[in-house]
Design a protein around this ligand. Structure first.
Ligand SMILES: NC(=O)c1ccc[n+]([C@@H]2O[C@H](COP(=O)([O-])OP(=O)(O)OC[C@H]3O[C@@H](n4cnc5c(N)ncnc54)[C@H](OP(=O)(O)O)[C@@H]3O)[C@@H](O)[C@H]2O)c1
Length: 250
């Protein structure tokens, strides 16, 4: 029987080249990459300011996606156990330490804390992508929330956090729903996002996907469209429906 070794070698080489070319694509899209805690690209360093219901939930999703996360508190010792349970990619620190640590900052605090956080960490936060999940709620946050609801959340947040590359996301989805509905790799729930800095929106969108949701982005001026009191707020919405609801008015 004639030997087919050259043909077999060609098939092997073709398979090897195809595998090499496709590997990055597979790593980017394969759900199993998420399941193994491998990030879709180089992992990011994320500083979380406000590690309560939302900060803890989103931070945990990002640790599981392979990112380095520093959770912070004004009492960082209270976060040590949580960080230890999440493994070596999770850290606990002060607010100033998280602001310095993160290439990206996630803010999840009572909206009334924005002026103080912006003032005390101005230098560390300047130029960084900051994803804000904090909601202005007048009965809880007082005049700063009233200002945001009257003048616009984006405009007011940037007044108190000058110099950051600001994106709103995660604010209309409850912490329990974030944990329950997260589906990295094949997200079915849309995440309303608002921002005007294209590079910051790109980074934030990647992190929304890594957390298991699909970004649906509008300009920052439209952050009010998914603020407290709107139909979208507190109602996790399938991607296509969310795209329709947030489509620009014709
Ligand atoms: N709960 C939800 O389901 C949900 C969903 C989406 C968005 N949100 C919004 O996300 C924000 C946080 O909600 P949450 O439920 O996570 O609240 P939370 O559980 O009370 O956590 C808020 C955290 O903010 C920190 N904080 C408060 N004042 C601060 C200050 N001056 N400087 C630094 N840190 C400060 C507190 O940390 P320490 O006291 O440890 O320092 C606290 O752990 C709110 O604006 C809320 O409207 C909530």
């Amino acid at each position: 029987m004639p030997s087919d070794r050259p043909a077999a070698r060609r098939r092997f080489l073709r398979f090897s080249v195809t595998s090499l070319l496709c590997a990055p694509l597979l790593a980017q899209h394969s759900p199993s990459a998420f399941a193994q805690g491998k990030p879709t690209a180089a992992p990011l360093k994320i500083g979380i300011i406000g590690s309560g219901n939302v900060g803890a939930a989103v931070g945990e999703l990002w640790v599981k996606a392979g990112h380095e996360v520093m959770f912070s508190s004004r009492h960082p010792e209270t976060l040590k156990d949580m960080a230890a349970k999440l493994g070596p990619r999770a850290h606990a620190g002060t607010v100033a330490e998280a602001a310095a640590f993160g290439d990206v900052i996630f803010l999840a605090v009572p909206y009334s804390a924005l002026p103080e956080i912006g003032r005390d960490n101005a230098q560390a936060l300047s130029g960084k992508v900051l994803i804000d999940a904090s909601n202005p709620v007048a009965r809880r946050d007082g005049p700063v929330a009233e200002e945001a609801m009257a003048n616009g959340i984006g405009k007011t947040s940037l007044k108190y956090l000058p110099g950051v590359r600001y994106v709103r996301a995660f604010n209309p989805v409850g912490a329990g729903d974030l944990r329950r509905l997260s589906n990295p790799g094949t997200p079915s729930i849309g995440m309303p996002m608002a921002g005007d800095d294209a590079q910051a929106v790109k980074t934030a969108s990647r992190l929304v996907r890594d957390a298991g949701f699909e970004p649906v982005v509008v300009p920052l001026a439209r952050a009010m469209d998914f603020a407290p009191g709107t139909a979208i707020f507190g109602r996790p919405t399938p991607v296509e429906e969310l795209r329709q609801r947030l489509a620009p008015a014709r």
